[in-house]
Design a protein around this ligand. Structure first.
Ligand SMILES: [Zn+2]
Length: 395
């Protein structure tokens, strides 16, 4: 388990503990139960210690011992079931939640929370229909149960039911009074893509526009809109892409290819050169603009200028493999490579390396491409370009 995942488990387990404590507090207020005796158990203290230091298996062991002496300690059962789920023993978690639901002394909030947890057990185990039904049951008991609403939203996303995910997220934002504009915008982009696939171009365009009205930084919405205008009106496509770059300059490189196409189709290929030069001027470390410009110049027969640009890009970013590869391609355009050099270039080109690594800022998942939703932690818009410092020897 990675450190980040471990922290997530501990935080989530402590969240369960706090929820359990809240239940106990509400019971105390209701005068139903005195201070639970399990808190004085040494196994309880030890279990908490293990939880805080990330020793999940030992925590499970200790909390199990607490339950032997205090069978109906609700909050211990909640934490334990959560831990079982996180270490992959979902069936044990389901067992505990079912036993809890069979109790007749649960408050409405406790029942809703337990049902929501059971829904998450089912979701993690891949029983999606049962998960959906259980979340719905939890919300029937308590329509404002956040745990069930979040679970339901994730379930819709996992099944690529984008409209339902969007509606659930809207409800969540209202209840939590949170600003979920960015996530809602990304969900609109997915809805637009779906409309596009089924030939509903007008709906698609409307979804992309809604996405941008929710958050201007949603780059894929600009890209999709530009694409829809590319053939009809390349000037308009270019202007959309320029707006995208102005809204998120750090993502500019994602617009380079379509922008080059749009400028060429509009009969103004030199505007691409001007754009790249402007971007390099704004950020002298921007190797992507230099690389794009170098490729453009090489295609126009100016390989010498192209090589100069690439060498300058390497001064600031000696670690970027893509630039090295481009240097070789440019050398190949300038002069015939020897058979050994050709073999070397072919080897680099075929290597399954991370040429252009991107990394999720939440869970550190790495991908060789820009992803909008992390396939590991399922968060939106968390990928950034992975920056590697120059080789240690140069320091
Ligand atoms: Zn992630």
């Amino acid at each position: 388990m990675t450190d980040t995942a471990l922290v997530a488990v501990v935080v989530a387990a402590l969240g369960g503990l706090l929820a359990g404590a809240a239940f106990s507090a509400s019971r105390r207020r209701a005068g139903e139960r005195a201070r639970p005796g399990f808190r004085s158990s040494p196994h309880y203290t030890e279990g908490l210690h293990c939880l805080a230091t990330g020793q999940l298996e030992t925590a499970i062991h200790e909390l199990g011992k607490v339950l032997r002496d205090h069978k109906d300690a609700l909050e211990v059962q909640q934490v334990l079931s959560h831990l079982y789920r996180e270490v992959g023993q979902v069936e044990r978690a389901i067992e505990i939640h079912r036993a809890l639901l069979a109790r007749s002394d649960l408050t409405r909030a406790e029942r809703a929370h337990t049902l929501a947890s059971l829904g998450t057990d089912f979701r993690k185990a891949g029983f999606l229909d049962r998960a959906a039904a259980t979340y719905a049951e939890a919300l029937a008991v308590d329509p404002r149960n956040l745990h069930a609403l979040v679970g339901q939203q994730k379930l819709h996303e996992e099944q690529r039911h984008w409209r339902e995910a969007y509606e659930a997220q809207t409800r969540l934002a209202r209840l939590r009074k949170s600003d979920d504009g960015l996530v809602l915008a990304f969900l609109q982009v997915e809805m637009g893509r779906e409309a596009e696939r089924s030939g509903r171009t007008r709906d698609a365009e409307e979804a992309f526009r809604t996405a941008l009205s929710l958050d201007r930084r949603v780059f894929p919405a600009h890209l999709a809109l530009a694409e829809s205008w590319m053939v009809r009106d390349p000037r308009r496509a270019a202007s959309i892409l320029e707006t995208a770059i102005a809204a998120s300059p750090e993502r500019a490189y994602l617009a380079f290819e379509p922008l080059q196409e749009a400028y060429a189709a509009a009969g103004e290929p030199s505007r691409f050169v001007a754009l790249c030069e402007r971007l390099v001027g704004q950020d002298p470390r921007d190797w992507r603009a230099r690389l794009a410009l170098a490729r453009h110049l090489r295609a126009e027969g100016q390989a010498g200028d192209s090589l100069g640009l690439l060498l300058r890009a390497l001064e600031a970013n000696p670690h970027v493999l893509l630039v090295h590869l481009e240097v070789w391609r440019t050398l190949r355009a300038l002069r015939a490579l020897s058979p050994e050099e050709q073999r070397y270039v072919a080897t680099i080109e075929e290597s399954a390396l991370y040429f252009d690594p991107h990394i999720c800022t939440v869970c550190r998942y790495r991908a060789d491409d820009m992803l909008w939703r992390c396939p590991h932690c399922h968060e939106w818009n968390t990928f950034v370009e992975e920056r590697v410092g120059p080789a240690a020897g140069r320091a």
